[in-house]
Design a protein around this ligand. Structure first.
Ligand code: BGC
Length: 422
């Protein structure tokens, strides 16, 4: 038999053996999984993971804590961890993974990672987030792009407005929508949603380098500088484009307004696409996806991942490793991300079943990575710790809700808040 065919046969045989042993594990265990995926598209995605784990013979104990952006979930997680009963896996992101690992809570996944060659499958920008001191402690399920503007094309046409590519055009489109009696921007007044909108605006005004200086390196001069003041001034303009009932509204309800054409646009990460698909609409056609104003070619990334906690029971540890292994299979990465709106964390993924927005996202992720235009989303925990993120949330939400707030004083406050939270 030629060598390549022999290799293929061996690989197939070992895959079969592996498949059998995984489907009928000698010691079935249970994993309790904490997450905050409760909206339509999110819940469907979580169910995919539960089903695939069960197919390997283990049980899944769902621990869903509602609340977009995950703040409530993280509060509940801390309570459980302090009580000495953490779940087997929890949806933890970015720098917080390092914090949990530093405190000694997380287990080492290197054996699964080595056997399945995660270092080869995943890009460096992702693996560095999943490792603590060189060891895997978390597994990525996806990559979300945050700097998306979603547009209802029928609403836009009704208003005689065009798809905006920069701030001036965005304001022009919003004014036309308003004049036509359509809410320009679907928004939910919650701190993380305010921050998501501000992050997009700031990326256009600051540009990649100053965005990094401010939100990754926490440079005070940039945080309180003239560009930040300009970003805050634009953010203040957004107040007039949202409806009076936005306070406290969940993000998916805001997306619903967009889908029904009550609102013309929404600035939101592509988990919004999960809602579009779940509603039977076609992303890229029924609802358009374009980069937020002035950020075409740049990619604000948000990686969802599960961190794995140390457990006592051997069976549960086996189930835990099965979960970690499931997450990086091509099958899971495809089905999960088709529902979730994100793109697979594995860059070798076949994108043929994905819609045009996801294909665009994958292409932009790769080009932005190559061109230095890939930046971590601070509003979703990829650039900084939850303490700094929380401090920024507080300042920005207060600013957004106070029409008399001063952008210069607020930029100064941002710099001070970040310094004191570090
Ligand atoms: C998470 C997404 C989630 C969204 C809304 C983001 O921070 O990364 O997975 O869909 O929050 O809850």
């Amino acid at each position: 038999m030629p060598k390549t065919r022999l290799n293929t046969a061996l690989r197939l045989a070992s895959a079969c053996v592996l498949g059998l042993s995984l489907a009928n594990p000698a010691h079935a265990g249970e994993v309790e999984v904490l997450h905050w995926w409760t909206a339509g598209g999110e819940a469907k995605s979580a169910a995919v993971l539960a089903d695939m784990l069960k197919a390997r013979g283990h049980s899944w104990k769902d621990f869903a804590v509602a609340g977009g952006g995950g703040e409530s979930a993280m509060t509940v997680l801390k309570t459980r961890a302090v009580a000495g009963t953490p779940p087997a896996a929890a949806q933890i992101k970015g720098l917080d993974i390092q914090e949990w690992a530093k405190l000694g809570f997380l287990t080492n996944l290197d054996s699964v990672a080595a056997a399945e060659q995660w270092d080869t499958l995943l890009p460096g920008v992702i693996t560095q987030v999943m490792k603590y001191q060189g060891h895997y402690v978390a597994v990525p399920v996806n990559v979300h792009r945050v700097n998306w503007l979603w547009i209802n094309p029928k609403a836009l046409a009704k208003a005689g407005a065009s798809v905006p590519t920069n701030w001036t055009e965005f304001v022009a489109a919003a004014e036309k929508l308003q004049a036509a009696g359509i809410i320009p921007l679907a928004h939910g007044g919650q701190p993380w949603q305010d921050a998501t909108v501000f992050e997009a605006i700031a990326l256009e005004v600051l540009g990649i380098d100053d965005y990094r200086k401010a939100f990754v390196m926490h440079d005070s001069a940039t945080l309180k500088g003239p560009k930040m003041v300009e970003a805050l001034t634009r953010f203040a303009q957004v107040r007039q484009f949202i409806d009076k009932n936005s306070a406290g509204r969940d993000w998916n309800l805001a997306t619903g307004m967009l889908l029904r054409g009550e609102a013309g646009m929404q600035i939101m990460g592509d988990w919004a696409k999960g809602e579009i698909t779940a509603a039977g609409m076609v992303p890229g056609k029924d609802i358009l996806c374009v980069a937020t104003p002035g950020t075409a070619g740049s990619f604000t990334f948000n990686i969802d991942s599960f961190a794995f906690f140390k457990l006592n029971s051997d069976d549960d540890q086996t189930a835990q490793r099965a979960l970690a292994s499931t997450i990086l299979t091509p099958e899971f990465q495809e089905v999960f991300n088709l529902n979730k709106g994100s793109i697979p964390a594995r860059l070798d993924s076949d994108m043929s079943k994905f819609d045009s927005c996801a294909q665009d996202s994958m292409a932009t992720f790769k080009s932005a990575n190559a061109e230095g235009k890939l930046v971590p989303s601070w509003s979703h925990g990829l650039a900084t710790t939850s303490q700094v993120q929380g401090a920024l949330y507080d300042v920005l939400t207060k600013f957004f809700n106070d029409k008399n707030a001063d952008p210069v004083a607020t930029a100064d406050l941002m710099a001070r808040a970040v310094r004191s939270a570090q």
